[in-house]
Design a protein around this ligand. Sequence first.
Ligand code: SF4
Length: 236
Amino acid sequence: MRFLYLVQLQWLLQLGDIMAEAWEEAASITELYEAIKDCSRCPLGDTRTNLVLGAGDENAEIMFVGEAPGFHEDKQGIPFVGPAGQLLDQLLASIDLQRSQVYIANTLKCRPPENRDPQPQELETCTPFLFKQIAIIKPRIICTLGNHATRTLLSTSTGISQLHGKLIRKGELAYVPLFHPAAALHKPPLKSTLIDDFQRLREHLASERLRWEEEGEKGVELAVEPEVEPEQMGLF
Ligand code: SF4
């Protein structure tokens, strides 16, 4: 009996290695989704309806990263489909972009119950999938939406109120932190700030295109795991 248990344990450990290799070696978003669609690395795997990996153009110049799927996203398996997603669509249209021309994802791929804040352990477990997405897509600019995504990807303690609208380089990547559209829905004055920041985003994209032309083709090296801060973070 003990021998059988040990054999089963060894098989499970080997299976874990195989799964890890599958997502690490994914060459496309589709392959990544297939590798992690049944993920249960953190407790959110038990409570989600659908894993929400992301949506949009896999060759997008701009990638948006929000916090985590909400109620509607969890039901449909698509990011930003609720009211915040509708506002994001309007903001994209204001700079002559459609959702199909960008890529949209979240730091967490599964909905936290009752839309609570992501827990540090959940972020630590899940963000390697986000970094793999970034490595596949190689966007010119990553827009972090709100404090969670900004602090997770930029490893900073500075809040979104100070960083929004600015182009920030970290390694080979360029980031533009923005207020989360959900925050603008709750605090209407933030909406005009968000509209202005999207105009700045248009200018940042133009300057990044020039820089990439001068420096050559896309090349993103992502060897560093994100540092996750233990503190709780709000949308602002
Ligand atoms: S949140 Fe991320 S780590 Fe947790 S179960 Fe979902 S995909 Fe896996």
